[in-house]
Design a protein around this ligand. Structure first.
Ligand code: ADP
Length: 447
């Protein structure tokens, strides 16, 4: 096992990894920008080291600074958290070239899944159901027209290198195609330096359902059921639950096995998430994330496992501590993301927190790095807390979420808590009847 792990991240996820290190008796090294000198992850880690000025590109994304921090502190492995360098294959290669261990999959697997056309091809060949679409990239408008007309409108033009909802454009009819095609290409070129796009059938009322998988890198893999993340604003998830209100045990076992077998076949190592759109009882693969997800705690709650501990074990060459038959879901979990943002515009609201009280009690988990007097810096994303509740069933989890939100106090900055409170009054949310467009539509009338 490692003696010391460096966490190449900040905020709640850095704390999450530090907690796992402490419980495993492993030393932890926090890295931080000058803007984060007072951050909680810096206080909680065994050691800390400054890696640059506030700008992410000069600190949390600076590969030379992070490698130097490992050399100075003697850390043997790096946990990337999510975001920042977590899906950067070049970083993984450099980490290995320096004799260090990356806690996550190989550079090859990250490359394979980071290029969406390759990812789709790979998954299709492994028997994972995919959204109907073009065979690979679509180089010209003429090709785009041909594919779209064969498939039928609406279609969605997507960047091969895409991520975070960028480089993705909908064409409802043939008249929209030219613009969708050229904007998707130029957006992708600007954001990712690559203008290759492909085309998919646009599913009109799907849910977003993702399967958590975990592999040992040696041909064994398991699944840990699904998370339903259909409530999204601008492709950003705001409310996540497990199990999905629309997936039964038989369906879970079937799609879960398809996913576990697929990642086992490629010798995938560590945690991964296979994302699907789900419509008319069918799953359609859209992408695989080769890292720990923000919403991993709902899976941890329902399956009673520590996914970060497991990531560290597998990276250290130990076997997984569970087999598929050990993984039996129990109860229902919901996570809401609490952002420092002013509603209804969702405008970032950095600043000083004058009072903070975290909810507690049975079945309540609060993953957060904020504290009384903490100043949220304006340079990073606005997530300040994840509130996760677990209860025997969905109605009990909803009730627990409501009372936990009532206990939460964050003064001094605006947060998205009122949005979550309002959502819990909605009959569709209470009955689980929502798709990926529900929230955007509802927000049009939310003031
Ligand atoms: P990104 O990597 O940029 O997040 P994804 O491929 O994961 O892109 O898609 C993000 C979101 O875009 C999905 O959760 C869904 O809301 C929407 N989307 C993507 N592909 C389709 C499709 N074929 N039909 C309908 N909606 C889609």
């Amino acid at each position: 096992m490692f003696n010391k792990i460096l966490i190449a991240n900040r905020g709640e996820i850095a704390l999450r990894v530090i907690r796992a290190c402490k419980e495993m008796g492993i030393g932890s090294v926090a890295v931080h920008s000058t803007a984060d000198a007072d951050a909680m992850h810096v206080r909680m880690a065994d050691e800390s080291i400054c890696i640059g000025p506030p700008s992410g590109t000069q600190s949390y994304l600076s590969i030379p600074n992070i490698i130097s921090a490992c050399e100075i502190t003697g850390a043997e492995a790096i946990h990337p958290g999510y975001g920042f360098l977590s899906e950067n294959a070049n970083f993984v290669q450099i980490v290995q070239d320096h004799g260090l261990t990356f806690i996550g999959p190989t550079a090859d697997h990250i490359n394979m899944m980071g290029d969406k056309i390759t990812a789709k091809d790979t998954m299709k060949n492994l028997g994972v159901p995919c959204v109907p679409g073009s065979d690979g990239g679509v180089p010209t408008l003429k090709d785009a027209r041909k594919v779209a007309e064969e498939m039928g409108f609406p279609v969605i033009v997507k960047a091969t290198a895409g991520g975070g909802g960028r480089g993705m454009k909908l064409a409802r009819t043939a008249d929209d195609l030219e613009e969708a095609f050229s904007t998707a290409r130029s957006e992708s070129k600007a954001a990712f330096g690559n203008d290759e796009v492909y085309i998919e059938k646009y599913l009109t009322l799907p849910r977003h359902i993702e399967i958590q998988v975990f592999g040992d890198g040696k041909g064994r893999a398991v699944h840990l059921g699904e998370r339903d993340c259909s409530l999204q604003r601008r492709h950003q998830k705001v409310f996540e639950e497990s199990p999905s209100p629309v997936v039964d045990a038989e369906t879970r076992a079937r799609i879960g096995k398809v996913c576990a077998d697929a990642v086992a076949a490629i010798n995938y190592a560590g945690a991964g998430t296979i994302e699907f759109l789900y419509e008319n009882d069918e799953f359609f693969f859209i992408e695989m994330n080769t890292r720990l997800q923000v919403e991993h705690p709902v899976t941890e709650a329902v399956y009673g496992v520590d996914l970060v501990r497991e990531q560290i074990r597998v990276a250290a060459g130990l076997p997984m501590s569970f087999e598929q038959d050990d993984l039996v879901p129990d109860g229902h979990a919901i996570e809401v993301r609490i952002n420092a943002e002013k509603l209804p515009e969702f405008r970032p609201s950095p600043g000083k927190i004058t009072q903070f009280h975290a909810p507690g009690g049975l079945g309540v988990r609060m993953d957060s790095h904020i504290y009384d007097g903490y100043s949220i810096p304006p340079y990073y994303d606005s997530l300040i807390a994840k509130l996760i509740v677990h209860a025997p069933d969905r109605p009990a989890a909803l009730a627990r979420l409501k009372r936990s939100l009532d206990e939460l106090i964050v003064d001094g900055v605006d947060t998205t808590t009122p949005l979550h409170r309002a959502l819990l009054e909605e009959p569709d949310i209470l009955s689980g009847n929502y798709d990926i467009h529900w929230l955007e539509k509802w927000l049009e009338t939310y003031r």
